[in-house]
Structure formats: structure tokens, C-alpha cells
Design a binder for this molecule. Structure first.
Ligand code: PGA
Length: 257
């Protein structure tokens, strides 16, 4: 779809407080400086909201960029507890994860809400990482393709052609997230084609091929990362559990060089 660099996104979820986040970011930054990664890998670290600024400070001498794990769809106002796109850019973010399955499940986010969040991210100049993927039950019922296609099409409704060039779609089958068992590479290829077909319903194929990205997430680690990176259409990965351990995450980066 796109040539290089590969996109490697670390999703720390709600696992680390600000002190733990800074410690890990510091270790990552120190190692990053000693690796010749710049032309091979674009790395995005997504800590929790409270740690964004402090982690950004640790990463500022590196080419690693900051991402948030969520965004609200309004830009400003009386929305207690929410965080806007402008707040995220002010905190130093350039990416934001949207529609992660854990938010779809625990915060009951639906495709319409997720679509509003994608628009809000683009208004703020952030690159949205739209997460899509089927549940175990949907897979068992033979509904995987339909679910994934619907999430892409509804999540990206109303996005203009110029905005489309920023978008990343992460295929994350829910039934492997956090299990330690990633899917078969062939299944990732199949899902990538479904996502590409859904994108073709919305955008010209040369925009998709040259600018948009499809990445895979779900129990990616230092041992299996190469299975997913070499697949056609996939140009990166979203890593949860393995990204929490600097030594493991660094081994993932090294595997990509
Ligand atoms: P995992 O999480 O790597 O722990 O499966 C991935 C994700 O949920 O983004």
C-alpha cells in the first residue's frame, strides 16, 4: 500500500502511571538513539492522558512521536471528563487511537460516535488510527468480513479526499487481543483485503495505495512481528502488551530494521 517507513504503535492502555510511563519512555528514548531506525520505522507511543506531556518530554530528542488512546468528538465545551483534539495537540500528540475494541466494549462506543471522533481528530490535525475487528461470536457466525467492512465504511463516512491521506486503519480481531496468540498471517491478509475493498468504496485506489495505511494488532510480539510486517497491504503494527516492556518493545523495533 505504501512503501516505508513501517508504522509501529505502542498502546500502553491503562497500565502505567505517569512515573512508570516516564521510566519506560526514557529507556526507549535512550535505546532509540543508538539504533539507526529513522528511515525504517515511524514509532508512535500512546500513554494514558495523564502521562502524555511527561512522556513527550522524554521523547523529544528522538523521532518517536506521541499518540493518545482516545479523543472526544466535540472541540470544546461542557463535556466533563472528556479530552478534545486541541488538548491532545497542545499536549504534543500527532496520532490518536479511535474506536479501540476496549472502548467499543466498555464505553459502548458505536460506529457513529467513532466516526465523529475521526472527524474531530482530523479537524485538530491529528492522524486517526481507526481500530476495526470482529468479536469471537461474529467470527463463529461467519460475520467477520461484514463487521470489518461496516466498521471501516461507517467509521470513515464523510471524510474528504484530502483528509483520507492521513488515515490509518488497524485490524484488531477482538478474539486475539491480549491473549498472546496472534492470528494466522493468512487471516490477516484476508482481513486486509476486506479493509482495502471497504476503503475503495470511499476513496480512489491511488489515494489508498499511496497514502493510507492498514496495520495489524493483536498479540504482536518480538517473535511474531515479522509474520505480519511482510504481508501484502500491511505496513505496520499496533502493539499492546509487548509494548509495556521496553526490552520486548526494543526487540520488536530491532526485528524491523
Ligand atoms: P495486545 O493488544 O498486543 O496486548 O493484544 C493490542 C491492542 O489491543 O491494541
Amino acid at each position: 500500500m505504501i512503501t516505508r517507513p513501517l508504522l509501529l504503535v505502542a498502546n500502553w492502555k491503562m497500565n502505567l502511571d505517569v512515573f512508570e510511563s516516564v521510566e519506560r519512555a526514557r529507556l526507549l528514548a535512550e535505546t532509540w538513539q543508538s539504533l539507526d531506525v529513522n528511515h525504517h520505522v515511524q514509532c508512535v507511543v500512546c500513554p494514558s492522558f495523564d502521562a502524555l506531556t511527561a512522556v513527550g518530554d522524554e521523547l523529544q530528542e528522538t523521532s518517536i512521536v506521541l499518540g493518545a488512546q482516545d479523543i472526544f468528538w466535540q472541540d470544546k465545551g461542557s463535556y466533563t471528563g472528556e479530552v478534545s483534539g486541541r488538548m491532545l495537540t497542545a499536549a504534543g500528540c500527532s496520532y490518536v487511537i479511535i474506536g479501540h475494541s476496549e472502548r467499543r466494549r466498555h464505553a459502548h462506543e458505536d460506529d457513529a460516535m467513532i466516526n465523529m471522533k475521526v472527524h474531530a481528530a482530523l479537524r485538530a490535525g491529528l492522524t486517526p488510527i481507526l481500530c476495526v475487528g470482529e468479536t469471537y461470536d461474529e467470527r463463529a457466525a461467519g460475520l467477520s468480513d461484514r463487521t470489518v467492512a461496516r466498521q471501516v465504511i461507517e467509521g470513515l463516512q464523510g471524510i474528504s479526499l484530502s483528509e483520507a491521506s492521513q488515515i490509518v486503519v488497524a485490524y484488531e480481531p477482538l478474539w486475539v487481543i491480549g491473549t498472546g496468540h496472534a492470528i494466522e498471517p493468512g487471516d490477516a491478509v484476508h482481513a486486509s483485503h476486506i479493509i482495502e475493498q471497504a476503503l475503495i468504496d470511499l476513496f480512489p485506489s491511488d489515494t489508498i495505495a499511496q497514502h493510507m495505511r492498514i496495520i495489524y494488532g493483536g498479540s504482536v510480539d518480538e517473535k511474531n512481528i515479522m509474520h505480519y510486517i511482510k504481508l501484502p497491504l500491511l505496513t505496520g503494527s499496533l502493539v499492546g502488551t509487548a509494548s509495556l516492556y521496553p526490552d520486548r518493545f526494543i526487540r520488536i523495533i530491532r526485528a524491523l530494521l
